[in-house]
Design a protein around this ligand. Structure first.
Ligand SMILES: Nc1ncnc2c1ncn2[C@@H]1O[C@H](COP(=O)(O)OP(=O)(O)OP(=O)(O)O)[C@@H](O)[C@H]1O
Ligand SMILES: [Mg+2]
Length: 333
C-alpha cells in the first residue's frame, strides 16, 4: 500500500508518506509498529479504521476491504475498532462514567445495559471508585485507563494504540503495558501498538514491523528481531534499548584491555533455558571472563547480550564456539 499527501503549497509535488507497505496482523496477536518521528506510523494506523485512505493498495480487515465500504458501513466499522491516544482525548466536561458510556450510547446501547457495562469496565481498569471524577482530577495513568475502558467498551475485535504510553513516566508505562496485555489475553482483542519506544514493544508485542521514512525495513517475531536485527535502523533501535551493543570505540577499548579471543553471545531462551554456556565451557575445557553485557526480559523470556574473553587452547576454543553457535548467535570480534 502507498500513501501520498498533497504538497504543502498549491502546485508543489505530493509527498509519499507510506511506500509499498505490506503488513499483516493475525487475529488475537499484539503487533508493534516502531520507528522514529515522521516515519509514517500514525498514518499507517489510521488506515486501519478508515481515517486515512490509501493512495494505492488496500486494507483488509476480517476479509473486508475497509476503503471499499459505503460511508455508512465504514462508520459502523469505525465504531467497532477501539483507539487510544498519547493525549488520551477524553471529554473534559464529562465524568469518567460519561466518557466510557458515551460511545456505547452512540452505538445504540440501552441505558440499562450501559450502566453495568461501564461499572464492569471501570473495575477492570482499576478505577472502580472514580466513576464520578472528572478527567482533570486524574493522573495521566488514570486518564489512559479511562481511555482504554472507553476504547474496549463496545467489545471491539481490534484495538489501535497510538503512542499510548508516550506521555507517561516509566512506572506508569509499565502499568499501562500490563493493562494492555490483560485486554489482549482476557478478551482476545487484537492490538496494534504504535510507538517509538523499543521497551514498550519488547514488553508487549508478539511481532513487530520497523518503519523508516515510510517503508517497512524489517518485520518479524520480537525475539528474532531483538536477537538478530538485520537492518541498520533496527540494529540502532535494538542497541539503544538493550544498551548492550558495543560501538567501535568501546570494542577497541575492550580489545586493549582483554587481548584474548573475544566473542559476543546473544542470551535468550535458547542459551539460558539450560545452562548452555557453562556446560559447553566445561565440556570443551574452556574458561571465560565476562567483559561486558546485560540481560533483561522480553515477553517473560530472558534476552540480552554478553561479551566474553575466552581462555584455553585454540582448538578447544574453536570447538566451543562452533557448538555454541548451533544454539546461539555468536560473533567473534
Ligand atoms: N494530513 C497530512 N498532510 C500532509 N502531510 C502529512 C499529513 N499527516 C502526516 N503527514 C506527514 O506524513 C509523515 C508521517 O507522519 P506520521 O504522523 O504518520 O508519522 P509518525 O511516525 O506517526 O510520527 P510521530 O512519531 O512523530 O507521531 C510526516 O512527514 C508528516 O509530516
Ligand atoms: Mg504518530
Amino acid at each position: 500500500m502507498t500513501k501520498d499527501f498533497p504538497g504543502a503549497r498549491r502546485g508543489s509535488p505530493s509527498v509519499r508518506v507510506l511506500d509499498d507497505v505490506d503488513v499483516s496482523v493475525a487475529a488475537g496477536e499484539i503487533y508493534g509498529l516502531i520507528g522514529r518521528s515522521g516515519a509514517g506510523k500514525s498514518t499507517l494506523l489510521r488506515m486501519v479504521n478508515g481515517l486515512e485512505t490509501p493512495t494505492s493498495g488496500s486494507v483488509v480487515l476480517d476479509g473486508v476491504d475497509v476503503h471499499a465500504l459505503p460511508p455508512k458501513e465504514l462508520r459502523t466499522l469505525r465504531h467497532s475498532i477501539g483507539m487510544v491516544f498519547q493525549q488520551f482525548n477524553l471529554w473534559n466536561s464529562r465524568t469518567v462514567f460519561g466518557n466510557v458510556a458515551t460511545p456505547l450510547k452512540i452505538a445504540g446501547w440501552k441505558d440499562e445495559a450501559i450502566a453495568p457495562r461501564v461499572a464492569e469496565l471501570l473495575d477492570f481498569v482499576g478505577l472502580g471508585g472514580k466513576a464520578f471524577a472528572h478527567p482533570r482530577q486524574l493522573s495521566g495513568g488514570q486518564k489512559q485507563r479511562v481511555g482504554i475502558a472507553r476504547a474496549i467498551a463496545g467489545r471491539p475485535s481490534v484495538l489501535l494504540a497510538d503512542e499510548a504510553t508516550s506521555a507517561l513516566d516509566p512506572q506508569t508505562t509499565t502499568e499501562i503495558v500490563d493493562l494492555l496485555r490483560s485486554v489482549n489475553r482476557e478478551f482476545g482483542i487484537t492490538i496494534v501498538v504504535v510507538t517509538h519506544e523499543m521497551d514498550v514493544i519488547a514488553a508487549l508485542a508478539d511481532r513487530v514491523s520497523i518503519l523508516s521514512d515510510g517503508r517497512v525495513v524489517e518485520s518479524g517475531d520480537i525475539h528474532q528481531i531483538l536477537a538478530t536485527p538485520r537492518h541498520p535502523v533496527t540494529a540502532g533501535l535494538v542497541g539503544a534499548y538493550t544498551g548492550t551493543s558495543l560501538t567501535d570505540g568501546e570494542k577497541s577499548a575492550l580489545r586493549a584491555q582483554f587481548p584474548g579471543r573475544r566473542i559476543s553471545v546473544v542470551v535468550d531462551a535458547a542459551t539460558s533455558g539450560g545452562p548452555v554456556l557453562s556446560r559447553l565451557a566445561r565440556l570443551h575445557g574452556v574458561d571465560f571472563a565476562i567483559i561486558q553485557g546485560g540481560v533483561s526480559r522480553v515477553k517473560d523470556k530472558p534476552y540480552g547480550q554478553l561479551s566474553l574473553e575466552l581462555h584455553g587452547d585454540d582448538a578447544a576454543i574453536d570447538r566451543f564456539v562452533a557448538e555454541l553457535s548451533q544454539t546461539a548467535t555468536v560473533t567473534t570480534w
